[in-house]
Ligand binder design. Structure first.
Ligand SMILES: NC(=O)C1=CN([C@@H]2O[C@H](COP(=O)(O)OP(=O)(O)OC[C@H]3O[C@@H](n4cnc5c(N)ncnc54)[C@H](OP(=O)(O)O)[C@@H]3O)[C@@H](O)[C@H]2O)C=CC1
Ligand SMILES: N[C@@H](CCC(=O)N[C@@H](CSC=O)C(=O)NCC(=O)O)C(=O)O
Ligand SMILES: [Zn+2]
Ligand SMILES: [Zn+2]
Length: 373
C-alpha cells in the first residue's frame, strides 16, 4: 500500500485555462481513483502536435480548463475497486485509445477503436461523468482519457498497459502516441507488402515511424515528401530511399512527380501532416487499381477532404487510422520487446528534453522544425 493511497494528492500540472493561451503550472488536486480507475505517477510525457492543436482552440472537442498530454509513462500509485489489469508499482503507458475487449468495436477484430468510454473521454470526464482534477476551486477536464501533463493522473483501467521495468520510461512514453501511430499505420493498418512502393508525406515523429514500419515490411521504395529540407537526412537515417521537397519540383504537382517516379503511382501513401491538400495529393499519387492512401494527420475543425470520385472509381482506396490501428493493451508490450531487441528505433526520436515547468518552451521547440520529440 502506498502512503497516498485513498487520499487526494496535491501536485504540479500544466493547466490550459483558455484556448490559445500558454499553459500555466499550477498546484492541482488529484482525487483517488474510483472503481475501475488507476492513478499514475507520470514520470515522462511527450508533447504531440495534437496537444497543440487542442490548445489552439481548433479541436471541436476541445474544452477548457483542461490538463492536456497523451503520450505518457509512469508508475501505478493506486488502483480503484475492481481493477485487475494493473497493480501498484507497475510501470505503465497511458492509452488514449483504450481497449476494453468487450465492446462491439473490440470484439469486431476489425479496428482498434474501442467504444466503451469514447463518449465521456471526448467530453473530458472520467467514465462516471466526473473529473478527478481540481485547481483554484474549479474542476479541470481530462484530455484524451490520459492527461499526462501532470505529476499524477487518473485513467480508466482499460486506458493503461503495464510494460516491463527494464526500459526507461523516457523511452516508453513515446510509444503512447507518435511512434506507435506511424509504425502501426504501415504495419497494421496498411499492411505494406514486401517489395511495395510507399510515399510518406511529412517526416515528423509520425512520418519517420511510418518509414520504420515500411522498412520492416520490406518496402522496395520509400519516398518522403516534406517541405523542410532538413528532413531529408532524418528520413534517410530511418530508411527512406528518396526525398522530394514539393516546393522544388518546378511546375509539376507533387502527385505528378510521384507518379512519374514510380511508373504510375505508389502502392501505399501516408499523410502525416494534417493538411487536407496534402491528403488529396497523397490519394492521387496512388497507383490506379490498388493504391491505398492512409490519413493519419489531424486536420483542424471545419477542414474537409476532396478529390474527384473517379480517383476511387478507378480503384484507389482512402482510409485512416488512430494510434496506427494498434490495440494498446494487447500489442504495446510487443513493441517494447521489439525496441529492447533493437528492432524498433525509439531513442533516435528524442531531440529535446525539458522539465514540466518549461512545458511552454517545449511547445515552442516542437513547432520550430528541428524537433522530432
Ligand atoms: N491519427 C493519429 O492517431 C495521430 C495523428 N497525429 C497527427 O499526425 C500529424 C503529424 O504529427 P508529427 O509527426 O508529430 O508532426 P510534425 O509537425 O513533427 O511533422 C510533420 C512534417 O510535415 C511537414 N509538412 C508540413 N506541411 C507539409 C506539406 N505541405 N507537404 C509535406 N510536408 C509538410 C512539416 O514541416 P514543417 O515542420 O516545416 O512544417 C513536418 O516536417 C499531426 O497532424 C498530428 O496531430 C499524431 C499522432 C497520432
Ligand atoms: N478531437 C479531434 C480529433 C482528434 C483525433 O483525431 N485524435 C486521434 C488521435 S491524435 C493523437 O495525437 C484519435 O485518436 N482519433 C480517434 C478518436 O476516437 O478520437 C476532433 O474532434 O477533430
Ligand atoms: Zn499524439
Ligand atoms: Zn472496447
Amino acid at each position: 500500500m502506498s502512503s497516498t493511497e485513498g487520499k487526494t494528492i496535491t501536485c504540479k500540472a500544466a493547466v490550459a485555462w483558455e484556448p490559445g493561451e500558454p499553459l500555466s503550472i499550477e498546484k492541482i488536486e488529484v482525487a483517488p481513483p474510483r472503481a475501475h480507475e488507476v492513478r499514475i505517477r507520470i514520470h515522462y510525457t511527450g508533447v504531440c502536435h495534437t496537444d497543440a492543436y487542442t490548445l489552439s482552440g481548433k479541436d471541436p472537442e476541445g474544452a477548457f480548463p483542461i490538463v492536456l498530454g497523451h503520450e505518457g509513462a509512469g508508475i501505478v500509485e493506486s488502483i480503484g475497486e475492481g481493477v485487475t489489469s494493473v497493480r501498484l508499482g507497475d510501470h505503465v503507458v497511458a492509452l488514449y485509445t483504450p481497449e476494453c475487449r468487450e465492446c462491439k468495436f473490440c470484439k469486431s477484430g476489425k479496428t482498434n477503436l474501442c467504444g466503451k468510454i469514447r463518449a465521456t473521454q471526448g467530453k473530458g470526464v472520467m467514465p462516471d461523468g466526473t473529473s478527478r482534477f481540481r485547481a483554484k476551486g474549479k474542476d479541470l477536464l481530462h484530455f484524451m482519457g490520459t492527461s499526462t501533463f501532470s505529476q499524477y493522473t487518473v485513467v480508466a483501467d482499460i486506458s493503461v498497459v503495464a510494460i516491463t521495468y527494464d526500459v526507461s520510461m523516457e523511452k516508453t512514453c513515446l510509444l503512447g502516441c507518435g511512434i506507435t501511430t506511424g509504425y502501426g499505420a504501415a504495419v497494421v493498418t496498411a499492411g505494406v507488402e514486401k517489395g511495395s512502393t510507399v510515399a510518406v508525406f511529412g517526416a515528423g515523429c509520425v512520418g519517420l515511424s511510418v518509414i520504420q514500419g515500411a522498412v520492416k515490411c520490406g518496402a522496395s521504395q520509400i519516398i518522403v515528401v516534406d517541405v523542410n529540407d532538413k528532413k531529408e537526412e532524418w528520413s534517410k537515417k530511418f530508411g527512406a530511399t528518396h526525398f522530394v521537397n514539393p516546393y522544388k519540383i518546378g511546375d509539376q504537382t507533387i502527385q505528378e512527380k510521384l507518379i512519374e517516379m514510380t511508373d504510375g503511382g505508389l502502392d501505399y501513401t501516408f499523410d502525416c501532416t494534417g493538411n487536407v491538400q496534402v491528403m488529396r495529393a497523397a490519394l492521387e499519387a496512388c497507383h490506379k487499381g490498388w493504391g491505398q492512401s492512409i490519413v493519419i494527420g489531424v486536420a483542424a475543425a471545419g477542414q474537409e477532404i476532396s478529390t474527384r470520385p473517379f480517383q476511387l472509381v478507378t480503384g484507389r482506396v482512402w482510409k485512416g487510422c488512430a494510434f496506427g490501428g494498434i490495440k494498446g493493451r494487447t500489442q504495446l508490450p510487443d513493441l517494447v520487446k521489439d525496441y529492447m531487441e533493437g528492432k524498433l528505433k525509439v531513442d533516435e526520436f528524442i531531440t529535446h528534453r525539458e522539465p514540466l515547468d518549461q512545458i511552454n518552451k517545449a511547445f515552442d521547440q516542437m513547432k520550430a522544425g528541428d524537433c522530432i520529440r
